[in-house]
Design a protein around this ligand. Structure first.
Ligand code: GLU
Length: 466
């Protein structure tokens, strides 16, 4: 068998959508798993709606997800000459014709068809025309005669039949001379040697038209795999109403790319009852055989759960790097003070996103702890003075803040004050963190370090009962 060649072909008219990202991912995984090639093609023939900003946004999002291509990005706008040549070829072979019908004429025909309860289709007025008036025209592809239907076997959906009653003479070149999507996609896929087209099933109605064009242009027809849509929880097509739909919005919300990749792949593909997949696992296990035929429903809680998993199990060094922009965003100065990696280790267990982790990290880096009012009232009372004084004394005598030495110091404090562990730890936690949800007390003490911890205890003593 020849090498698998797949492609992702986004139109740069906006950001990379969750659905597009999943299509890209499926293509990428299949190419990697079969040692094939993954081609990236930017479909920018719609010059008015395509922007460089969108191209950059799509490339950034793919890079963030780790979906590197083997070839490309190729731009359709660089290939207009080729498309022109192919239009010419079809015209010369009598497989396409110039259509001079005006927009008004077409509108009137459409209205009439509607009134008569017929499907609005082009009626072929210009099909047999031989003159070439000096007037604007589009080029139409002649629906081949003497054939009733076009069929193909979709790798996901199975047998697909389209009756030609559904089709009419497709416009392949607009009046301004630019080629249309269905036409260029065929030329590009063929010229780029794509032998399997994996894309969203919103394109399934285009496929018979494209197959006819492959044949007319003398190309071999690739295989197709149409991936079901992604729906919102209300079973309507996923849109902004359901929350963020842009890949990079999830980066800004503090998600890890591996969580999004894992989430997206499972939206439509399964492997037994396994849920957690690294990219390497996926490259080994992914195939179209386990892609479902029905639409996936977007579930934000599951994505959040996966993100917590990847934060919990992530490399603290890497997470610390990823956390920095989020700290900056929250105006948290993390230079100096506790070591960021140690802070991260303490927070991994309890943060579902990097945004949450940044919020949780704040108390480590403040110059002055700000106390939660309720916690302050409850735990920083004048009668705690003895406890804090003993804590200052015993922790001050602790040669260094290791868990073992801290345990020893705590035992001494408990003995002197005759208090249970909780009665020591709770007020101390408020003194150290202000009352914020935080890791275990030894963890907080170790990460803050001796100097800052003692300073915060002194500060608490000063304000007791204030
Ligand atoms: N450019 C098309 C889109 O963004 C994709 C076309 C295709 O995959 O064939 O919807």
């Amino acid at each position: 068998m020849s090498e698998l060649r797949v492609r992702f072909a986004p139109s740069p008219t906006g950001y990379l959508h969750i659905g597009g990202a999943r299509t890209a991912l499926f293509n990428y995984l299949l190419a990697k798993s079969q040692d094939g090639a993954f081609v990236l093609r930017i479909e920018d023939t719609d010059v008015a709606r395509s922007t460089q900003e969108s191209v950059d946004a799509i490339l950034d999002a793919m890079k963030w997800l780790g979906l590197s291509c083997d070839e490309g990005p190729l731009y359709q706008s660089d290939r207009f000459d080729l498309y022109k040549q192919k239009v010419q070829q079809l015209l010369e072979e009598g497989k396409a014709y110039r259509c001079y019908c005006t927009a008004e004429e077409l509108d009137a025909k459409r209205e009439k068809a509607k009134e008569e309860g017929r499907k609005p289709k082009y009626d072929g007025t210009c099909r047999h025309r031989t003159d070439q008036p000096d007037a604007p025209y589009v080029v139409r592809f002649k629906l081949p005669e003497g054939r009733e239907e076009t069929t193909f076997i979709d790798r996901i959906k199975g047998d697909i039949n389209f009756h030609h009653d559904e089709l009419d003479d497709l416009i392949i070149q607009r009046t301004d001379g630019t080629p249309t999507y269905n036409f260029v996609v065929v030329i590009d896929d063929a010229e780029m040697g794509i032998n399997l087209v994996i894309r969203g099933d919103d394109h399934i109605n285009n496929t018979p038209r494209q197959i006819l064009l492959y044949e007319a242009l003398g190309y071999s027809v690739p295989e197709f795999a149409h991936v079901p849509m992604i729906l919102g929880p209300d079973k309507k097509r996923l849109s902004k109403r359901h929350g963020a739909t842009s890949v990079m919005a999830y980066q800004q919300l503090g998600y890890l790319p591996e969580a999004l990749v894992n989430y997206l792949v499972r939206l439509g593909w399964s492997y037994g009852d396994e849920e957690i997949f690294s990219m390497a696992d996926l490259i080994e296990k992914f195939s179209l055989d386990n892609v479902g035929r029905s639409a996936g429903v977007f579930n934000p809680e599951k994505l959040l759960w996966l993100n917590s998993h990847y934060i919990k199990t992530g490399d603290p060094q890497r997470l610390a790097e990823l956390l920095k922009p989020f700290l900056k965003q929250q105006d948290i100065d993390f230079e100096g003070g506790p070591t960021l990696v140690e802070v991260v280790k303490g927070l991994q267990e309890r943060s579902a996103t990097l945004v949450e982790m940044a919020t949780g990290a704040e108390f480590y880096f403040v110059d002055q702890v700000s106390y939660d009012e309720k916690a302050k009232k409850k735990f920083l009372k004048p009668e705690q003075k003895e406890l804090f004084t003993v804590l200052l004394d015993k922790l001050g005598a602790c040669p260094s803040f290791t868990e073992e030495l801290l345990e020893k110091a705590f035992a001494e404090v408990m003995e002197v004050t005759d208090l249970k562990f909780g009665k020591v730890a709770q007020p101390l936690r408020v003194a150290l963190t202000g009352g914020a949800p935080s890791p275990g007390i030894y963890d907080v003490l170790t990460v803050l370090g001796k100097d800052i911890s003692l300073q915060r205890i002194s500060q608490a003593i000063e304000i007791l009962g204030a």
